[in-house]
Design a protein around this ligand. Structure first.
Ligand SMILES: CC(C)(COP(=O)(O)OP(=O)(O)OC[C@H]1O[C@@H](n2cnc3c(N)ncnc32)[C@H](O)[C@@H]1OP(=O)(O)O)[C@@H](O)C(=O)NCCC(=O)NCCS
Length: 184
């Protein structure tokens, strides 16, 4: 008998936008407007947006853009009542996989300086702080911390990613890092 994982990563669809926005309103000071998701899904061919479903119900979502050799994480969120269950890690792993699939060499992101929870998540994937944009967030004047992955092709990054993947049971995540570059 085939065991089907109850968790599934799927591409975000138009019909998901309402639920994604409901989650965003719970967890972000400044949620994106509805048309931002609609135009990302319909017009941005450099973008990949995903949702994580638990038994069909969306518990989180995330997005990433390809920008030449970099992939830029645009958003990630988990419903407030579903946090601390590994969903953020699962979504972030799925973004890393999409960065590989896009052929990106590095992954970058910005995070509010006060968001230690998110930074801890990124640090588990070996992201490090490389800079700060003062007063970047116009809603409260908060600084943005810029983090990046170093090379996602490096053995150290791939090992960590593979370790994290081994603790995740979800469908639709992908194949893992490209094997041809694995090595010492
Ligand atoms: C950042 C965010 C996406 C993380 O999502 P999450 O689902 O809570 O992430 P995880 O569960 O994978 O990890 C969070 C913590 O739970 C712990 N955890 C994971 N699985 C767990 C489990 N089964 N039982 C208990 N704890 C668990 C992790 O070890 C981690 O602990 P740490 O923060 O002390 O290192 C979430 O907090 C969020 O949506 N925040 C609001 C939006 C936001 O800030 N987004 C980022 C913008 S840059």
């Amino acid at each position: 008998m085939q065991v089907v994982p109850r968790l599934a990563i799927e591409p975000m669809r138009y019909d998901d936008i309402g639920t994604v926005q409901q989650i965003e309103r719970e967890i972000f000071i400044s949620p994106w407007p509805r048309n931002a998701y609609a135009s990302e899904l319909s017009q941005n061919r450099q973008a990949s947006y995903i949702v994580l479903r638990n038994n069909g119900v969306i518990v989180g979502y995330a997005g990433i853009w390809r920008m030449v050799h970099e992939a830029h994480v645009t958003t990630i969120g988990v419903r407030a009542s579903d946090q601390h269950r590994g969903y953020g890690t699962t979504l972030f792993a799925a973004l890393v996989q999409r960065a590989y699939d896009m052929g990106a060499r590095w992954i970058t992101l910005e995070v509010r300086a006060s968001n230690l929870q998110a930074m801890r998540l990124y640090e588990r994937f070996l992201f490090t702080v490389i800079g700060r944009r003062r007063g970047y967030y116009t809603d409260n004047g908060e600084d943005a911390v810029i983090m990046w992955s170093d090379s996602v092709q490096s053995p150290a990054f791939k090992r960590r990613y593979q370790d994290i993947l081994s603790g995740i049971e979800v469908s639709g995540l992908g194949q893992g890092p490209p094997q041809e570059y694995l090595g010492a």
